[in-house]
Structures are given as structure tokens and as C-alpha cells.
Ligand binder design. Structure first.
Ligand SMILES: [Zn+2]
Length: 120
């Protein structure tokens, strides 16, 4: 059995925490960029290629609404990731690890820099 010395050594937590940290740094770009591209597409590109306004009006509106829904879904997903990280179970004792630097139940450290108070 693979022995883990801290929570960040646990593969499931490392994967979840890696995604969480990446999305926390870049979430506003991921949320806003589709809306900016959709606006540029609707305002500049679509009228040049299809001059008939009635044809693309509904399609352009649908793209705007879809990008807005995406823009709201990204922070909701980020919040769900945050909750999943906070509710992660400690690999040593099986209780919720919590938001601290060590497990609230057994003092299992989150990272290698934090030493465990309880000796094994
Ligand atoms: Zn624990």
C-alpha cells in the first residue's frame, strides 16, 4: 500500500486541488472570454457575411444568451470545486479534513511544510 505523508500526496486530492487552483487563477478569463468572442462575432463578423438581419438575429441572440449562461456557470462550478476540496475526507482517519493546515480530527498535515503534532 502506498504510504502518504500529507494530504497533498494523496492522488485524488492532488488532482482536485490542482484543478481548483488553476481555475481559481483563471476563472474570470474562462468566464468572460466566450462572451467577448460572441459579441465580436455578432457585431463584426456576422453582419459582414450575412447581410440579411432577420436571418441571424435569433441565432446571434442565442449565442449571447449561451455565453452569459456559461459566464454564470463558471463561478458556480468554481464554488462547487471549493466545497469539494473543503469536504475532502482525510486519508488517515476518514473524517472531513476541513479548511485548516491539518486535519481537525487527527492532525494529518495538508502539505509537507506543516509537521504533524501527533507522532505516528
Ligand atoms: Zn484525519
Amino acid at each position: 500500500m502506498n504510504q502518504v505523508s500529507c494530504l497533498e500526496d494523496c492522488a485524488d486530492y492532488a488532482q482536485l486541488n490542482g484543478k481548483n487552483l488553476l481555475l481559481r487563477k483563471q476563472w474570470y478569463i474562462v468566464a468572460i472570454l466566450p462572451f467577448v468572442f460572441t459579441l465580436a462575432f455578432d457585431v463584426y463578423l456576422l453582419p459582414r457575411f450575412v447581410p440579411e438581419t432577420k436571418f441571424w438575429h435569433g441565432f446571434a441572440s442565442a449565442l449571447i444568451y449561451a455565453s452569459l449562461v456559461w459566464g454564470f456557470a463558471v463561478p458556480v462550478y468554481l464554488l462547487a470545486m471549493f466545497v469539494r476540496v473543503k469536504l475532502f475526507r482525510c486519508p488517515r482517519c476518514g473524517h472531513r479534513f476541513g479548511g485548516g493546515e491539518s486535519c481537525g480530527s487527527c492532525d494529518f498535515p495538508r502539505s509537507k511544510g506543516v509537521s504533524s503534532v501527533t507522532s505516528l
